[in-house]
Design a protein around this ligand. Sequence first.
Ligand SMILES: [Zn+2]
Ligand SMILES: [Zn+2]
Length: 249
Amino acid sequence: MHAKEATRFRKHYNALLDLLLPQQCPLCRRFCFYHGLCADCWQGLVFITPPSCQCCGRPLAYAIGDNLCGSCFAEAPPLAEMRSCFLYNDRSRQLILKFKHGDALHLNPLFARLLKPHFTALAESDHLIVPIPLHAKRYLHRRFNQSAELARLLCQQNETGIFAPETLKRPKAGPTQAGLSRSQRQRNLAGAFAVPQNQRHRIANRPVLLIDDVMTTGATLYEAARTLHRAGSGPIRGLVLARVLRHGL
Ligand SMILES: [Zn+2]
Ligand SMILES: [Zn+2]
């Protein structure tokens, strides 16, 4: 059997197994007949649908002329466009925490499927797809960067974009961002990212799509984008699984 046929066969075989064998919902462990969440858990996710800010993707209560939210109108963010799949609530937090700590890699295909429409709208074949890196210490501890796994799978499945996890490094092992305000986060992150010398020719004028799991205040994505811009990249977009929604962002 040719390699292509073997892959096709394996795909059909796995699809058949999925139909025949019940799977467990990764959140409540209830059985469901699909790789994903059960109907109850699914309902707890709040997907972001139009109208949303055409720049940062924040959901808007109603469509307005230029579809810009107040903060993007007041000051254009360093990313040309940002999109997120769902709101960060109790349900999505549970899911993402599982994924983050590496014990639920099987969530990766589910997330990739949910992000697919946004990814294919934002990424083109010559774009660099860059996951937000963890700093070395945290990576050594976890041995797993959930954003990189997601970015890799998105490129593979959609056959677009160039997976480029080496574009950004995180040399500074800063304190954790949890519990900090937006301006504290921004200060905390100054100089957090770097573009290695040997990557500079690669990013010159090249569009970049940043991938992360959660956007809290936007400070991490913004700092990464500023670092890439300073190193000479083209326009930068961002895609995250979930975003925190609060006043002022
Ligand atoms: Zn469930
Ligand atoms: Zn906005």
